[in-house]
Design a protein around this ligand. Structure first.
Ligand code: AHM
Ligand code: MG
Length: 338
């Protein structure tokens, strides 16, 4: 770890200097998120010790209420944002309704949608989990409301995630490339470790829950069969890699190359929506993928970043990864390849 390297806050300040018109609010918001990320990271790292230290029940040894980690992460982010002055309104996977931040007439200039701890069922087995975030400009109105949050991903001003893995990393974009920062826990600082991340143009890996195979749409089924068919010139068969923790699956594919698919499921024909949420899972990762040279579409070939959200917790079928791989998957989805 380069202890004299570029810190995440230094990097954000440098980017802000390139935009003399910037007010510093986005910088401030990101800095608040970074503090929340460090708090969550410390808590996640303690998770394995919880039983040993007697902290896993509702009441800990000091007689204090101990929150579940996803609730902890939700509260950590909400509290940091609530008094920051940068955020007008928030949406969280852990909250049924939009979270208002100010009730007077001076709301912050941004909206924040977040999944505080995605893949949290993996914590018990010591597998990576993550926080995903998406930032838009709020409308200039005096009273922000839910519609401020229902903006297409294309309009994000920043998006990213924090992965709590073998090390904690923050990966984000403000629309000027994707940069990754690794937390040095001995200093409590994120250092630039992965500048200007680019996804490989094509890959040899796919990530999908094969247990749902019988319920996939025909285009996805045909595409996965294609990936599993031997053809040396196009590097097939591909290898499968599925962690079941979106941030971990996506991060792997971002760095090493790959395509991730969570399609709609025929068990739920009335709601052909997939499992993952548009506002705080699919759209921010689509923004990162595109900024890194990749792509994200639905399983019927719509661009994730162009979808107009209708509801805070709307689900969407997601195909995301290296551009060439997503292009081929799109052809299968449209029936142009079989
Ligand atoms: P969660 O938001 O309840 O944690 O669920 C989302 C997670 C993603 O991290 C992951 O990609 C997906 O669920 C895995 O789902 P499945 O177990 O159906 O494969
Ligand atoms: Mg989630």
């Amino acid at each position: 770890m380069k202890k004299f390297g570029v810190t995440v806050s230094g990097h954000i300040m440098d980017s802000q200097r390139l935009h003399p018109e910037a007010t510093g609010d986005l910088t401030g918001l990101l800095n608040e998120l970074i503090v929340a990320a460090k708090t969550i990271s410390a808590e996640v790292n303690m998770a394995g010790l919880a039983d040993i230290l007697g902290m896993s029940g509702d009441i800990n040894v000091q007689g204090e209420y101990v929150q579940k980690l996803d609730e902890f992460a939700n509260t950590a982010i909400k509290r940091r944002m609530a008094h920051s002055g940068y955020v007008a309104i928030m949406a969280s996977e852990e909250e049924a309704d939009a979270v208002m931040v100010e009730d007077d007439c001076s709301p912050g200039r941004y909206t924040l949608a977040f999944d505080p701890l995605d893949g949290s069922s993996n914590i018990d087995v010591n597998v990576s989990v993550g926080t995903i975030f998406s930032i838009h400009r709020a409308s200039n109105g005096c009273r922000p409301n839910e519609t401020d949050l229902l903006q297409p991903g294309r309009r994000q001003v920043a998006a990213g995630y924090i992965i709590y893995g073998s090390s904690t990393m923050m990966v984000f974009s403000t629309g000027e490339g994707v940069h990754g920062f690794t937390l040095d826990p001995s200093v409590g600082e994120f250092y630039l470790s992965h500048p200007n991340i680019k996804m490989p143009g094509r890959s040899r890996y796919y990530s999908i829950n094969e247990g749902n195979r019988k319920f996939w749409p025909p285009g996805v089924l045909a595409y996965i069969d294609y990936l599993q068919t031997t053809d040396k010139t196009s590097g097939r068969p591909y290898s499968g890699r599925y962690i079941g923790s979106l941030v971990a699956d996506f991060h792997r594919n971002l760095i090493a190359g790959g395509i991730f698919l969570y399609p709609r499921d025929s068990r739920n024909p009335l709601k052909p929506t997939g499992k993952l949420r548009l506002l705080y899972e699919a759209a921010p990762l689509a923004f990162i993928a595109e900024q890194a040279g990749g792509r994200a579409i639905t399983d019927d070939g719509r661009d994730i970043l162009d979808i107009d959200p209708e509801a805070l917790h709307q689900r969407v079928p997601l195909i995301i990864g290296c551009r060439h791989d997503v292009d081929i998957a799109e052809k299968f989805s449209r029936g142009e390849m079989q």
